[in-house]
Ligand binder design. Structure first.
Ligand code: NAD
Ligand code: 6OD
Length: 495
C-alpha cells in the first residue's frame, strides 16, 4: 500500500545499529502507522545475544577505543557534526517522526526535530564549559593541600525511551551521555523505531566511532528492553516512560546497584486565577491539555479555575476545543493528529467510559471522530472535557495520557494548592495569573519539578527537568545531565 506519510527510503526495513554496523535479525515485528492502522515497515527485533553484543561493543569503545581517550573538545566537534547531519537530512527526520507518531507536521518540525538538533548542540557546548571544584586547604600542622575534581564518564549507559516524543527523548539522553565520554545503548519504543535508526545513520555519517552509539529494537519485558536493563555490563539507566515500568527497571538494576535517572508519568494540575489574562489562559490550557493529542507527560489533565470565572472559562474552552482541527499531519491548520496506537486508544476510551461512570459531566468530545476515509482505520479520538468529578475519582488520579482535561472550581489559594498537591505524581504545573506576588507565593508550594507561570512547555535546555513522587528520580538538563552522566573524583595533592 502507498502511504500518504511514508518512511524515508533507508527505513524500508528498520535495523539495529551495533558496533558501527546496521544489523538484521531473524525476528521481525511491524511498525504500524497510527494514522491508518497499516504497516509502515518491519523492524528487526534484537534478542538477548544482540543486546549483549551492543553492551560489549560499548564497553570496548569506552575502555579500549579512541572515544575513551578523546578530549571533550573532540567529542563536542563530533556532536556538532551529528547535529549538522540531522539539519541536512531534516526532512527525512520529519517524515520519520510524523509517520511513526501521526502528529501534525508543523509541531514535529518546530518541536521534535528542532529539539533533536538543539540537544546535540547544547550539550556539546555545555561539555566544553563544564568545570569542577578547586579548594586550597591548610591543616592544623601547616600541611598544605590542593583539591580539585575531575569528571569521568560512567562507562556504558542504557537508554530506554518512550513513543510520545521519540527523537526529543532519545537525543535528550544520548547527547549529554556522549559529551561526558560514555558509550550508549539506546532502546527506543517499539511503537516509534524510525527516528532512532536515523540518529544511528547520522552518528555513522558524522564519524562517531563504532560501539559508542548503539540502537537495539524491541519491546520491554522478555525482549530488548529487559535484556538491556538486566545486563550486568551496563553502568546506569536513563529511562523515560510509565511509572510502573520505572519500578520494574529499578528492580532489574537493584542487584547491581546501578545509577538510574527516571522521567515518569504525570497527572499535572493547572491553576487559573480570576485575575489571569482570560484569553491567554484559555489558549494556554487548550495547548497544555491537547498538544500531541494529550500525549505529553507535562499535559494538564486537571485544571482548577477560580470560581468567579469558572462558568465563563468552561464555555470558552469548550468553544475553542470544538474548533480544533483533527486530521492528517499536513492539513492546513491541523491541531491534533492520532493517538499512538489502537491499544493506547482502547486505554483512553476506557477512561472516557469510566469518567461517566464516576459521575463526570461531559462538556465536549468523549468519542471517536469519523472521517469517511483511511483515517477511520487510524487511532483518532476527540479532545475531551469533563466537569463534576470528585477529587478522589480514578480519572482525577490516574494518568490517561490522552486529550482529556477535567475542570473544577476553587475558592482560595490554600485550597487549590492542597488539591493540586494531593496526587501521587509530581511532575509539572502551570499557573495563570497577572498577580506577580501570587505567582511567587504559589509556585514554590507546588510539589512538582517544574512550574510554569503564564506559559506551558517552554524550556531552556540548561534548566533542571524531572519530577518528584511517582513522576521520577533525579533531574536532567544542563549541568544536572552532566552530573548524572559523569562520576566526579577528587584529587588531593600535598604541595
Ligand atoms: P512505557 O513505560 O510503556 O515504555 C517506555 C519504554 O520502556 C519503551 O521503550 C518500552 O519498550 C520500555 N519498557 C517497557 N517495559 C520495560 C521493562 N520491563 N524493561 C525495560 N524496558 C521496558 O511508556 P510509554 O507508553 O512508551 O510512554 C508513555 C509514558 O511515558 C507515560 O506515562 C508518560 O507520562 C511517560 N513519559 C514521561 C516523561 C517525563 O519526562 N516525565 C516524558 C515522556 C513520557
Ligand atoms: O522538555 C524536555 O526536555 C522533555 N524531556 C520533555 C518530555 C516531555 C514528556 O512527555
Amino acid at each position: 500500500m502507498v502511504h500518504r506519510f511514508p518512511l524515508p527510503a533507508s527505513l524500508k526495513s528498520i535495523r539495529n545499529y551495533v558496533d558501527g554496523e546496521f544489523v538484521t535479525t531473524g525476528k521481525l515485528f511491524d511498525n504500524i502507522s497510527p494514522l491508518d492502522g497499516q504497516p509502515l515497515a518491519q523492524v528487526h527485533e534484537a534478542d538477548a545475544a544482540l543486546v549483549d553484543r551492543a553492551v560489549r561493543a560499548a564497553r570496548h569503545a569506552v575502555e579500549e577505543g579512541p572515544w575513551g581517550r578523546s578530549t571533550v573538545e573532540e567529542r563536542a566537534k563530533t556532536l556538532h557534526r551529528v547535529a549538522d547531519v540531522i539539519e541536512r537530512r531534516f526532512d527525512e527526520f520529519l517524515a520519520a517522526e510524523v509517520a511513526d507518531t501521526g502528529r501534525p507536521l508543523e509541531q514535529a518540525r518546530k518541536l521534535d526535530v528542532y529539539r533533536g538538533i538543539a540537544n546535540f548542540r547544547t550539550f556539546a557546548d555545555l561539555g566544553r564549559v563544564a568545570h569542577g571544584d578547586f579548594f586550597e586547604t591548610t591543616l592544623a600542622d601547616g600541611t598544605r593541600l590542593i583539591n580539585y575534581t575531575v569528571r569521568k564518564p560512567l562507562g556504558v549507559v542504557a537508554s530506554i525511551s518512550p513513543w510520545n516524543l521519540p527523537i526529543l527523548s532519545l537525543t535528550w539522553k544520548a547527547a549529554p551521555a556522549l559529551i561526558c565520554g560514555n558509550a550508549i545503548v539506546c532502546k527506543p519504543s517499539e511503537e516509534t523505531p524510525s527516528s532512532a535508526t536515523l540518529i544511528a545513520e547520522a552518528c555513522h555519517e558524522a564519524g562517531v566511532p563504532p560501539g559508542v552509539f548503539n540502537v537495539v529494537h524491541g519491546f520491554g519485558p522478555g525482549s530488548a528492553g529487559e535484556a538491556l536493563t538486566r545486563h550486568p555490563g551496563i553502568d546506569a539507566v536513563t529511562f523515560t516512560g510509565e511509572s510502573r515500568t520505572g519500578s520494574a527497571i529499578m528492580k532489574a538494576v537493584a542487584d547491581g546497584v546501578k545509577e538510574v535517572s527516571f522521567e515518569l508519568g504525570g497527572k499535572n494540575g493547572a491553576i487559573v486565577f480570576a485575575d489571569a489574562d482570560f484569553d491567554a489562559a484559555v489558549d494556554g490550557v487548550l495547548r497544555s491539555s491537547f498538544t500531541n493529542t494529550g500525549q505529553v507527560c507535562l499535559c494538564s489533565e486537571r485544571v482548577y479555575v477560580e470560581r468567579p470565572i469558572f462558568d465563563r472559562f468552561v464555555a470558552a474552552l469548550k468553544a475553542k476545543t470544538e474548533a480544533l482541527k483533527i486530521g492528517w499531519p499536513d492539513e492546513p491548520g491541523v491541531a491534533m493528529g492520532s493517538l499512538i496506537s489502537h491499544a493506547h486508544r482502547d486505554k483512553v476510551l476506557s477512561y472516557f467510559k469510566l469518567a461517566l461512570e464516576e459521575g463526570a459531566q461531559l462538556i465536549s468530545g468523549g468519542g471517536v471522530p469519523h472521517f469517511g476515509d483511511e483515517r477511520d482505520g487510524g487511532a483518532f479520538v476527540q479532545p475531551t472535557i469533563w466537569v463534576g468529578l470528585p477529587d478522589d475519582a480514578r480519572c482525577m488520579n490516574e494518568e490517561v495520557f490522552g486529550p482529556v482535561c477535567h475542570l473544577a472550581p476553587f475558592d482560595s489559594e490554600d485550597e487549590v494548592i492542597r488539591r493540586v498537591n494531593a496526587s501521587s505524581y509530581g511532575l509539572a504545573s502551570s499557573i495563570w495569573t497577572n498577580h506577580l506576588g501570587r505567582a511567587h507565593r504559589v509556585a514554590p508550594r507546588l510539589h512538582v519539578g517544574i512550574v510554569w507561570v503564564n506559559t506551558w512547555f517552554s524550556r531552556d535546555l540548561r534548566t533542571p527537568f524531572g519530577g518528584s513522587k511517582l513522576s521520577g528520580i533525579g533531574r536532567e538538563g544542563g549541568r544536572h545531565s552532566l552530573d548524572f552522566y559523569s562520576e566526579t573524583s577528587n584529587i588531593c595533592i600535598r604541595v
